[in-house]
Design a protein around this ligand. Structure first.
Ligand code: INI
Length: 155
């Protein structure tokens, strides 16, 4: 018997997305939001089928994403934020709990939640990942969410 494979493509027609974005480090996060919207629209998602919900910071993202997932209005959720280490241990709590919370919500809700929360040591590193030098993680997170929607739809 021949093997078969399941994969998700990047066709976005008819799909609905929520983008959950933190306002902390907002100049950087808004570049991620713009990248995510652009990537989704380029892949066939109607801009009217994309909702952007903003919360104070990365700490609040899990609860916002949980409510968006429970609404059953979206095929997937793109979580975007920016946590910069600076010189405080606050970073580890905010970044760690955000990542753990997002993973738990995606597993419990079975709604794809992609992780576009930058965690960097410096502002320069964050800017590089928000479209300056090292791509745009908002784009990557949007495409990962779209791929997961289509992958799970084929199982
Ligand atoms: N929130 C962020 O999204 N990024 C950060 O770098 C950050 N730092 O460094 O503190 C941050 N803190 C705020 C946090 O997300 C909450 O909004 C706040 O603690 C209120 O609950």
């Amino acid at each position: 018997m021949a093997s078969s494979s399941i994969a998700g493509d990047l066709h976005g027609e008819g799909r609905r997305f929520a983008i959950a974005a933190g306002r902390f480090n907002g100049a950087i996060v808004e570049q991620l939001v713009a990248g995510a919207i652009d990537a989704l629209v380029r892949h066939g998602v109607k801009d009217t089928d994309i909702v952007v919900a903003r919360c104070p910071g990365a700490w609040e993202l899990p609860l916002l994403v949980k409510k968006l997932a429970a609404s059953a209005k979206y095929d997937a959720i793109v979580a975007l934020g920016c946590v910069i280490r600076g010189e405080t241990p606050h970073f580890d709590y905010v970044a760690g709990e955000c990542a753990k919370g997002l993973a738990a919500i995606s597993l419990a809700s079975e709604v794809p939640v992609s992780m576009g929360v930058l965690t960097t040591d410096t502002t320069d590193q964050a800017q590089a990942r928000a479209g300056l030098k090292a791509g745009n993680k908002g784009v990557d997170a949007a495409l990962a969410a779209l791929e997961m929607v289509n992958l799970l739809g084929g199982i």
